[in-house]
Design a protein around this ligand. Structure first.
Ligand code: ADP
Ligand code: MG
Length: 706
């Protein structure tokens, strides 16, 4: 929905439109249209060209035409074969003849026509047994010589059973309201950018000026369309740029660039940072040392080594006398981080703790008490860290790992836990640039290029379900040759409706039975899924880490963040049920050490399209390419990830297709905010109105999340 300013013509309710009664209103409201202004975001699918008459000898099959001719003959008929009644008239002009054909033509319309009359018709031309027909044409009432008006008519998508004519008349009324609405942007600015105002563009979309010739306004070729896409993005970028400018004006905390704890931690690692990691660490340290709060997004491939940087940052905050909080999407991952850091913490004399849902009330209470008193210096946790009860004494740094699972709103909610903590957001899900700029336009970006040295790409092979036996032979071989494997199932339990359970290995429990009894009865096989007690999950994972369990059957609880350096294979059942970005994450669970690793994808179906989609996994290990592909695959209708994040969904712009527009929008928004941070210029009053609406929407999500 393109947000529009609160002008009285646009905020009118739908019932103010002629022809909208309670029933129509309900349908429109269910589609998300509350006001006349909302309705203007309903885009025409296409346009009908009614500007010029087509001579009858120029009619082409499968096109639409406006024709004018004399009625030579007219009669009701009945098909000899089917017995179905229809009505046809034969029309001629100077150049030729055509038959107009209706299955059902109301009697009152029939009565308007008689032999020798001239008629004006608009309809679809079809070829049937080498003859051209015009099917169910609209009869346009008219007496004169020229068609009444040169007309380009928008055709709107079907909305349930609203008749096309009714919807068109409603839209025509709605768009007439635009004539009283002033431009949103100041004329001088528009002129300088060579843009037309969104209001003008909306007018063009719904009431295209009937130029005598030229192409029909159509989708992204049309200037108006592009302009609306651009403005839709500009409004969002303005909201983000303003938020960011506000954050930058805030007084933040300063931490020492070089921290003793951080350096000790780094030098105790068995490796040296890669140049890219070192560069990113420098960016983080500079942010933390600066008096304004850090708001940084750290992107890096799966396994690129983000954790060590975040820990170093956390230790710097602690060195500066503050607390740090490390938030992750799963308990398993929180546990992993906690365990990794425990030995260092013990050695360095730090107090760290874990705040996750599965801990007892008493434990949680104690943890909260110690967070409030400042006793705990570093806490790992899941969204439990969000809950209202959690207060910090002096929160200096918030790290959010695997950010793709958190929306903008949660991000802001956690920030509200303390005055102005620094914020480091990390993601391994390679967010396509187009989405990153939209979702995280208020953050600075850092990127770890490449992977630590010595890593070998994970060899990926795809099996169809018929060749499953071979796939499991591969698994058995790997494990018997001293390898260790994850096996991933899309679900925990088989659906009850499925009769032939042994054929369906999409359920983790069945897969566990199958592997431990039939494929590898001689080795230890483990099972982990989200409905197990966290302690049991933990135990299974620990046994796998230690190498006692050789095969770990799992659901997607292992999707993000898990770091088991010795795992050499991952086999994914029903791989076609996962998105590419998700498969990439899962595949990233192996190949995290120097040992070569393999990935086996078993496609559940024999469908060729999804197979070919999976083939991309074999061709590339570049997460960005995979994410872009994923986005394309989901199609333009689903503004992927946007809805989930609390961003206004996009009506006009399409990502990643419109990345150039997004970059332009971002630049324009930044320029505006640079010279007028709060949009105080009275000429930008309407712009501010729209931007405030977007902000409120994001804040609204925030309240729900909190
Ligand atoms: P991710 O970026 O996916 O969170 P991790 O931070 O879990 O990746 O790191 C993956 C593995 O790589 C860890 O075992 C970590 O110790 C190791 N690692 C990190 N940096 C380096 C490096 N510079 N050289 C070698 N190994 C590294
Ligand atoms: Mg990680």
């Amino acid at each position: 929905m393109l947000p529009l300013p609160g002008h009285p013509s646009l905020t009118k309710d739908l019932r103010s439109l002629k022809g909208v009664g309670p029933q129509l209103e309900r349908i429109l409201q269910e589609k998300g249209f509350q006001t006349v202004g909302d309705l203007l975001s309903l885009m025409p699918n296409r346009y009908q060209d009614r500007r010029a008459l087509t001579p009858l000898d120029r009619l082409r099959a499968d096109s639409e035409a406006l024709i004018n001719g004399q009625i030579e003959d007219l009669r009701p008929k009945r098909s000899g074969r089917t017995g179905r009644r229809f009505f046809e008239i034969i029309i001629s002009d100077d150049t030729g003849q055509v038959t107009a054909f209706w299955f059902r033509l109301p009697a009152y319309l029939r009565r308007t026509m008689k032999k020798g009359d001239r008629v004006l018709l608009f309809g679809q031309v079809k070829d049937y047994q080498n003859r051209l027909y015009i099917l169910h044409p609209e009869i346009i009432p008219w007496q004169g010589k020229e068609p009444p008006i040169p007309e380009i008519r928008p055709v709107y998508p079907e909305l349930e059973d609203i008749k096309p004519g009714v919807l068109r008349r409603i839209m025509a009324q709605a768009s007439r309201e635009l004539s009283g609405v002033p431009a949103i942007f100041p004329q001088a600015w528009l002129k300088k950018q060579n843009l037309s105002d969104p209001i003008t563009s909306l007018m063009t979309i719904h009431r295209p000026p009937a130029r005598k010739t030229g192409p029909l306004p159509r989708s992204d070729q049309s200037r108006a369309w592009r302009s609306l896409s651009l403005f839709e993005l500009i409004f969002i970028q303005l909201a983000l740029a303003r938020t960011r400018a506000r954050l930058n004006r805030e007084q933040g905390l300063t931490f020492p660039i070089q921290s003793r704890l951080g350096n000790q931690f780094l030098s105790s690692q068995p490796f040296k940072l890669t140049p890219s990691q070192a560069q990113v660490l420098k960016e983080i340290q500079q942010d933390m040392a600066a008096p304004r709060p850090m708001n940084r997004l750290l992107q890096g491939e799966v396994g690129s080594g983000k954790t060590v940087l975040a820990m170093t940052a956390a230790l710097a905050a602690i060195d500066g006398g503050f607390q740090a909080a490390f938030m992750v999407p799963t308990e398993i991952l929180a546990q992993q981080h906690y365990q990794t850091l425990t030995p260092y913490a013990t050695r360095l004399g730090l107090t760290i703790d874990l705040l996750v849902g599965s801990r007892t009330e008493a434990e949680k209470n104690l943890c909260q008490e110690h967070l409030a008193s400042g006793k705990i210096q570093l806490v790992f946790g899941t969204h439990a860290l969000f809950s209202k009860a959690v207060q910090f004494k002096s929160l200096g740094l918030v790290v959010i790992d695997e950010q793709h699972r958190f929306g903008v709103a949660q991000r802001l909610a956690l920030k509200s836990k303390a005055a102005r903590p620094d914020l480091l957001v990390m993601t391994a899900t390679p967010i396509p640039r187009s989405l990153a700029l939209t979702l995280y336009g208020d953050l600075d970006l850092s990127m770890i290029q490449g992977l630590p040295p010595g890593r070998q790409p994970v060899k990926t092979k795809i099996f169809s379900s018929q060749n499953r036996v071979e796939a499991y032979q591969n698994l058995a071989q790997e494990v018997l040759n001293d390898g260790q494997a994850f096996v991933v199932a899309p679900r925990i339990e088989a659906k009850e409706t499925e009769t032939n359970v042994s054929e369906d290995l999409s359920a983790a429990k069945d897969l566990f039975r199958f592997i431990s009894q039939e494929v590898l009865p001689q080795v230890e096989v483990g099972l982990v899924h989200g409905r197990m007690k966290i302690q049991e999950q933990q135990a299974a994972l620990e046994a796998f880490r230690k190498g006692r369990i050789r095969v770990l059957v799992a659901t997607t609880v292992i999707e993000v963040g898990l770091d088991v350096a010795d795992a050499t294979m991952i086999l994914i059942e029903g791989a076609d049920r996962f998105g590419l970005a998700q498969l990439h994450q899962l595949r990233g669970r192996v190949g995290r050490g120097p040992r070569p690793a393999r990935c086996i994808l078993i496609s559940g179906s024999e469908d060729s399209p999804s197979e070919s989609r999976l083939q991309i996994m074999a061709r590339t290990s570049n997460g960005f390419i995979l994410a872009e592909e994923d986005l394309k695959f989901r199609g333009p209708g689903d503004a992927a990830g946007l809805k989930q994040s609390g961003m206004p969904s996009l009506t006009w712009a399409r990502l990643p297709h419109d990345l150039p527009l997004l970059l332009q929008a971002r630049k324009l928004a930044q320029e505006i905010i640079a010279s007028d941070p709060e949009l105080d210029d009275p000429n930008f009053r309407l712009v501010r109105d729209v931007v405030n609406q977007i902000d409120r929407k994001m804040q609204g999500e925030l309240v729900e999340a909190g």
